[in-house]
Design a protein around this ligand. Structure first.
Ligand SMILES: *Cc1c(COP(=O)(O)O)cnc(C)c1O
Length: 220
């Protein structure tokens, strides 16, 4: 199967209002170009250096999404061009994004990452922390960021019931906050679902899926 075929097959299964992020981490630029030529314009990467290198080599009408955990000291490298940062899970990180966005005269859209899985290892906020962060964002002057939604990853398991439960939990948090609209917060995007679980995620209300291996093949 070619990348273009995979992409087109996946697009057929995704409703129009759901955004497809093609997760191209570890893959060479030639693979990304194949997806680009098939019409894909949104790419997701999880390492800032790799994303920056690809950004420099590829056409400029691409939206680059940072989907991985972000180290504060590296925000400056992506601040000039990143379109959406999915994994924001601390105020410290948000402050740094705001600072670097200001230096670039930009407003950078961000998603807050929620901890919905059972595993301890996954990053993300709990409900209380989410509430706190949204309050802070409203009170303080963060003029160069905009919170546009939530992101989460389900437990890595075959248990569909468990995954569904976690997605439903995230959807209910999303529903709670989606009518909140302030100057720098307007929750409209729900980023959940990957190759193995995106159809389930969409059935639970996802508006943005992040799909890698089903488009580009397995990673080493
Ligand atoms: C790698 C990755 C994906 C894509 O995973 P696939 O299973 O290859 O589709 C999605 N989201 C995040 C946060 C990732 O790191």
């Amino acid at each position: 199967m070619t990348i273009a075929t995979n992409l087109n097959n996946i697009k057929k299964t995704i409703p129009q209002q759901v955004t497809l992020v093609a997760v191209s981490k570890t893959k060479p630029v030639s693979d990304l170009m194949e997806a680009y030529q098939a019409g894909q314009r949104i790419f997701g990467e999880n390492k800032i250096q790799e994303m920056t290198e690809k950004y420099e080599q590829m056409p400029k009408d691409i939206e680059w999404h940072m989907i991985g955990h972000v180290q504060t000291n590296k925000v400056k490298y992506m601040a000039p061009f990143v379109s959406l940062i999915h994994g924001v899970d601390s105020l410290k990180l948000l402050q740094e994004i705001n600072k670097q966005a200001a230096k670039n005269n930009r407003v950078i859209p961000c998603l807050l990452q929620m901890h919905i899985a059972e595993e301890e290892t996954k990053f993300g906020l709990d409900e209380k922390e989410l509430d706190e962060m949204l309050k802070q964002v409203q009170h303080d002057k963060y003029e160069n960021i905009k919170i546009v939604g939530l992101m989460g990853m389900a437990t890595f398991t075959e248990n569909q019931k468990q995954i569904r439960k976690e997605f439903q939990h995230l959807k209910s948090l999303f529903d709670t906050y989606k009518n909140v609209a302030t100057k720098n917060c307007n929750i409209k995007t729900l980023s959940m679902g990957m190759s193995g679980d995106y159809e389930l995620a969409i059935s639970c209300g996802s508006t943005m899926v992040r799909i890698g291996s089903s488009i580009f093949g397995n990673r080493n």
